[in-house]
Ligand binder design. Sequence first.
Ligand SMILES: NC(=O)c1ccc[n+]([C@@H]2O[C@H](COP(=O)([O-])OP(=O)(O)OC[C@H]3O[C@@H](n4cnc5c(N)ncnc54)[C@H](OP(=O)(O)O)[C@@H]3O)[C@@H](O)[C@H]2O)c1
Length: 158
Amino acid sequence: MKKNIIAAVSSNYVIGKDGEIPWKSERELFHFKNSTMGLPILMGRKTWETLKNPLKNRLNIILSRNPDFSFFHPNVVIFNSISDAINYCEKENFEKLFIIGGEEIFNQMITLADEIILSVMNFEIDGDQFFPKIETNKWKLLSESDEGEFLIKHFEKI
Ligand SMILES: NC(=O)c1ccc[n+]([C@@H]2O[C@H](COP(=O)([O-])OP(=O)(O)OC[C@H]3O[C@@H](n4cnc5c(N)ncnc54)[C@H](OP(=O)(O)O)[C@@H]3O)[C@@H](O)[C@H]2O)c1
């Protein structure tokens, strides 16, 4: 199973501020939706709290260390560890898993990921949450596409 990170960063690598993404881009959201549609998405509990509802047509996998955390919905599953979540996805024979954030999850999972699909917005912004450093000796840039407001950079683990 491929484990792909998908994220949007400002040009100074901010991903969040005060628990939210500090910009709005319909076009980038469309790219996110288009890329993840029909596939399982894995997120930390704090990113989950920023969604009003489970993202549609995708299995929403939430990580929380709190064994009492629950949410009952046919498209939501909760795990208390990364390994339990990955084992579940492998058992379900998913071809691909999208890791969608936030900072804590990206920091822990960048070493496990096979690919990174990064939207790099064309502005700097103030923030308090950042995407981890993409080390050039570990990641190869496969493609770059200019979407105007942002560049989509597609990296593969070397
Ligand atoms: N720009 C983007 O692409 C993007 C994408 C997603 C999110 N974001 C932003 O990122 C920020 C949220 O990031 P964050 O770092 O604060 O939170 P987060 O990574 O979304 O969630 C952190 C929570 O996940 C759970 N968790 C983390 N590691 C775990 C593990 N190994 N096992 C089990 N549970 C684990 C814990 O939940 P419990 O506390 O319940 O134990 C932890 O508090 C927000 O600002 C959001 O808007 C940006």
